[in-house]
Design a protein around this ligand. Structure first.
Ligand SMILES: *[C@@H]1O[C@H](CO)[C@@H](O)[C@H](O)[C@H]1NC(C)=O
Ligand SMILES: *[C@@H]1O[C@H](CO)[C@@H](O)[C@H](O)[C@H]1NC(C)=O
Ligand SMILES: *[C@@H]1O[C@H](CO)[C@@H](O)[C@H](O)[C@H]1NC(C)=O
Ligand SMILES: *[C@@H]1O[C@H](CO)[C@@H](O)[C@H](O)[C@H]1NC(C)=O
Ligand SMILES: *[C@@H]1O[C@H](CO)[C@@H](O)[C@H](O)[C@H]1NC(C)=O
Ligand SMILES: *[C@@H]1O[C@H](CO)[C@@H](O)[C@H](O)[C@H]1NC(C)=O
Length: 316
C-alpha cells in the first residue's frame, strides 16, 4: 500500500481507531498502578502520622487544611498586632487604631503571658469537647462522655454545678466576654473574646480595681484574647453572613485548630425547635439566635458531622 489517500482511508485511519484506545488504556493502567503503589501503606511512601488518634482531623483533609491555612495567629499577644484593616472590620465605635493599640499595651502589662496550646504531634491525641449551652443538653446524660475528653471547652455562662449529669464537671478552657463573665476555678483557663475596645477596657478596670485573692488567681491563668481570628471565621467560614460570628461558632472553629478530634455538644435547638439554655427554664418560645447567623452556623456543624470531620451530639 503506497502512501496515498487510499492508504490513509483504508489502513491508517481504521488503525488509529484501534491504537488510540489501546494507548489510552496503557497510559491509564500505568497511572493506576503507580497510584495504588504510592497510596497503599505497605508499598507507599511512609507518611508520618499527624497525631496518635485513630483518625486525625487534619490528615488527608484538603478542604479543612485549606481553610485553616488562611487563619491568622488566633491569639492577641504583644508580638501579634492586628492590622489596621482588621481593626476597622472589628471596631465598633469611633475610636481609632492608635487608641486601640494603647489599650492593648495596657492589657499586656496586666496579663504578661498567653496560653500555649500543645501542638499536634505523632505521639499525642488531643480530644476535645466543645460544649454549648443549648437546652438540648437537658436530660441528655452526656456528662461522663464530655468529661472523658482531654480538653473541655465551655462558653459564656455555662454552669456545671447541679448539671453534672448532663454537662459534666470538667472545664479546661472557658470562653467569655464581659457580659458573661464569672469566676473560674483554678483548673480552668480563660479565653477572652473582646468584641469591642470597651471589652478590653472593661477587663483592665476589672483587674485593676478589684485585686483580691480570687482575681489575683485569675491573673495567673495565662488568659488569652483574640480578635483577628473573628474576622477570619466571619470571612472564610461564614462568607460574611451576619455581623459577627457567634462566640460558640468561633470556639468551634478554634477547636478545629487546636484538637485532633472534636466532639460538639449543646449546639442548636432542642427537639421542639426552641433555642433556650440548659440552665434556665424556657421563657420565650420564640427566642431565636439574635444578631449572628445561628441557622447557618448550625447547618455548618451538621455538615461537618456528616462529612465525619467532627462528632456532633445533638441531644435528641
Ligand atoms: C504593636 O503595636 C504597639 C503599639 O503601637 C507597638 O508598641 C508594638 O511594638 C507593636 N508590636 C509589633 C510586633 O509590631
Ligand atoms: C510558648 O511557646 C513558644 C514556642 O514554643 C515559646 O517561645 C514561648 O516562650 C512559650 N510561651 C509561654 C508563655 O510559655
Ligand atoms: C467531677 O466528677 C468526677 C466523677 O463524678 C469526680 O471524681 C471529680 O472529683 C469531679 N471533679 C470536680 C472538679 O468536681
Ligand atoms: C486548686 O484549688 C483547690 C481547692 O480550692 C486546691 O486544693 C488545689 O491545690 C488548687 N490547685 C492548684 C493547682 O492551685
Ligand atoms: C502560665 O505560664 C507560665 C509560663 O509559661 C507557666 O509557668 C505556668 O505554669 C502557666 N500557668 C498555667 C495555669 O498554665
Ligand atoms: C429539663 O427537663 C426537665 C424534664 O423534662 C424539666 O422538668 C426541666 O424544667 C428542664 N429544665 C430546664 C432548665 O429547662
Amino acid at each position: 500500500c503506497r502512501f496515498s489517500y487510499f492508504c490513509f482511508v483504508f489502513f491508517l485511519f481504521p488503525l488509529s481507531f484501534f491504537l488510540f484506545p489501546l494507548c489510552f488504556v496503557c497510559f491509564c493502567s500505568v497511572f493506576l498502578i503507580a497510584g495504588v503503589f504510592l497510596s497503599c501503606s505497605p508499598f507507599g511512601l511512609p507518611r508520618p502520622p499527624v497525631c496518635a488518634c485513630n483518625k486525625c482531623l487534619m490528615e488527608h483533609d484538603q478542604w479543612l487544611s485549606e481553610r485553616t491555612k488562611e487563619s491568622p495567629e488566633p491569639f492577641l499577644s504583644p508580638t501579634n498586632n492586628i492590622s489596621e484593616d482588621t481593626f476597622n472590620w472589628w471596631k465598633y465605635d469611633r475610636r481609632n487604631f492608635a487608641f486601640y493599640n494603647k489599650i492593648v499595651d495596657k492589657v499586656f502589662q496586666i496579663f504578661p503571658t498567653k496560653v500555649n496550646f500543645t501542638r499536634s504531634s505523632p505521639d499525642l491525641c488531643r480530644t476535645c469537647a466543645v460544649v454549648g449551652n443549648s437546652g438540648n443538653l437537658n436530660g441528655s446524660h452526656y456528662g461522663p462522655l464530655i468529661d472523658f475528653h482531654d480538653i473541655v471547652i465551655r462558653i459564656n455562662r455555662a454552669p456545671t454545678k447541679g448539671f453534672e449529669r448532663d454537662v459534666g464537671n470538667k472545664t479546661t478552657y472557658h470562653v467569655m466576654y464581659p457580659n458573661s463573665f464569672r469566676n473560674l476555678d483554678n483548673t480552668t483557663h480563660l479565653l477572652f473574646f473582646p468584641f469591642k475596645i470597651y471589652d478590653l477596657q472593661w477587663l483592665i478596670r476589672f483587674f485593676t480595681q478589684r485585686i483580691d485573692s480570687d482575681y489575683d488567681m485569675l491573673l495567673s491563668k495565662n488568659s488569652t484574647f483574640f480578635n483577628s481570628f473573628m474576622k477570619y471565621v466571619h470571612q472564610i467560614w461564614l462568607k460574611q453572613k451576619g455581623r459577627y460570628p457567634s462566640t460558640g461558632f468561633i470556639t468551634l472553629v478554634l477547636s478545629l485548630h487546636m484538637c485532633d478530634e472534636v466532639s460538639v455538644f449543646g449546639f442548636g435547638a432542642d427537639k421542639n425547635g426552641n433555642w433556650n439554655h440548659y440552665y434556665e427554664p424556657l421563657r420565650n418560645k420564640r427566642l431565636r439566635t439574635g444578631q449572628h447567623p445561628g441557622k447557618l452556623e448550625y447547618q455548618f456543624i451538621v455538615k461537618l458531622h456528616e462529612q465525619q470531620k467532627i462528632n456532633f451530639f445533638r441531644g435528641w
